[in-house]
Write a protein that binds this ligand. Structure first.
Ligand code: PMP
Ligand code: GLN
Length: 386
């Protein structure tokens, strides 16, 4: 047999799938993969079901249904005072993942340099490499996750086509400050590079920290690409409705990739998301408040058991250093160990890094029912005997 594509063949199965399968096999509580328990807001699900029966079931427009594209523009105005001309600047995709893939395939020419900030969400590097991009990695490290400004400056060159990063950031739960975003924007402007910002956790920046879309910064309106996911806004991760917002000159090549990847996305779900984006402030406040309360519950419980819990500013995730528990193996060994022996699953943070060096941190997802969090903490406490 002739070999398959070498870039993609070089990757194994993604850590989320591996750990979820292991969790299932051992009947453990899955705090590994980041998906919320429950079934999302009732009214949004009911709207989807009604649209399914009302017959919105054929190919919608390639760019997304007008109602949703307009709702995305209205949402951007409402939360960030952003003005988008939706017919030319907003496109709907099959999840944030396809939004990212379309942006990267649409913009990268083989040989272009692409700056990425570790820890990396799993799909970034494979897509960049498959698009022919040459990755330039800059590393944030626990526990401070501080932006290494000199390394970032050095990673840029006049061959830099774009920087791709994520705020609020999975897995390290960092919310980039305005000052950090301005620093990135200045580098992008200096080198005439695009900025693809994965903002899927935009409504999950906690404790009053603002989420600042990159595209709102001076000079970024024509250089930044904003990526969103309805999965995170409505706790319906299986829906895979993503959104891309960018200036027309950027959205046009991104749409070229989308038209050959998926072309469209289920129209009934799009219509339900359009309805959902119009929900009142109480919904968005409750989403944030509930998730913050879960963060507090899980964080306090893990600290009580003896983990070093790194402060979490946003997302679904808490990173912990497990060495104080006396476990001397790697993070992969730790995550397998607690899955099999304690009945609780987490994800090794080393999976988000290239080239090693970070091997004693585990990521726990707190986007779960209180009962699951309480039982997971009980099991871990019983196991580690504190
Ligand atoms: N980016 C980040 C940082 C994520 O954590 C996720 C996943 N959940 C995605 C993108 C993908 O979003 P979607 O499920 O909408 O494809
Ligand atoms: N974003 C989720 C996480 O980080 C997982 C999504 C997936 O499994 N691809 O856990």
């Amino acid at each position: 047999m002739k070999p398959a594509n070498s870039v993609l063949s070089s990757y194994g199965t993604t850590v989320f799938e591996v750990m979820s399968r292991l969790a299932q096999e051992h009947g453990s509580i899955n705090l590994g993969q980041g998906f919320p328990d429950g079934n999302g807001p009732d009214d949004v699900v009911t709207a989807a079901s009604a649209y399914l029966h009302d017959g919105i079931n054929q190919y919608p427009s390639m760019m997304g249904i007008p109602e949703l594209r307009e709702a995305v523009a209205t949402h951007a105005k409402r939360f960030y005072d952003l003005d988008f001309d939706w017919p030319g600047e907003i496109m709907i995709t099959s999840g944030g993942t396809e939004a990212l893939a379309s942006a990267l395939f649409g913009l990268i020419e083989p040989g272009d340099e692409v700056v990425l900030i570790e820890p990396l969400y799993d799909c970034y590097l494979p897509i960049v490499r498959r698009a022919g991009g040459v990755p330039k990695l800059v590393r944030l490290e626990p526990p401070s996750w501080r932006l290494p400004r000199q390394a970032l400056t050095d990673a840029f060159s006049d061959n830099t086509k774009l920087i791709l990063f994520n705020s609020p950031m999975n897995p390290c739960a960092k919310v980039f400050t305005r000052d950090e975003l301005e620093f990135i924007a200045a580098l992008a402007l200096k080198h005439d590079a695009y900025v693809v910002c994965d903002e899927v956790y935009e409504h999950l920046a906690f404790d009053g920290r603002p989420h600042i879309p990159m595209i709102t910064l001076p000079g970024m309106r024509d250089l930044a690409v904003r990526v969103q996911s309805a999965g995170k806004i409505f706790s319906l991760t299986g829906w895979k409705i993503g959104m891309v917002s960018a200036a027309p000159e950027l959205l046009t090549p991104i749409a070229k990739a989308h038209q050959f990847l998926t072309f469209t996305t289920p129209p009934n779900l799009q219509a339900a998301v359009a309805y959902g984006l119009g929900k009142d402030d109480a919904y968005f406040d409750a989403l944030n408040g509930d998730m913050r309360a879960r963060r507090d519950r899980l964080g306090a419980g893990l600290a009580d058991i003896g983990f070093d819990v790194i402060p979490c500013e946003g997302t679904y995730f808490i990173t912990t250093d497990f060495r104080p528990l006396g476990f001397n193996g790697t993070d992969e060994e730790f995550c397998r160990h607690i899955t099999i022996e304690a009945g609780v699953t987490a994800v090794p943070v080393s999976a988000f890094y290239q080239g090693g060096g970070i091997d004693h941190f585990a990521r726990f997802a707190f986007c779960k029912e209180d009962a699951s969090l309480i039982e997971a903490l009980r099991r871990l406490k019983a196991h580690f005997g504190s």
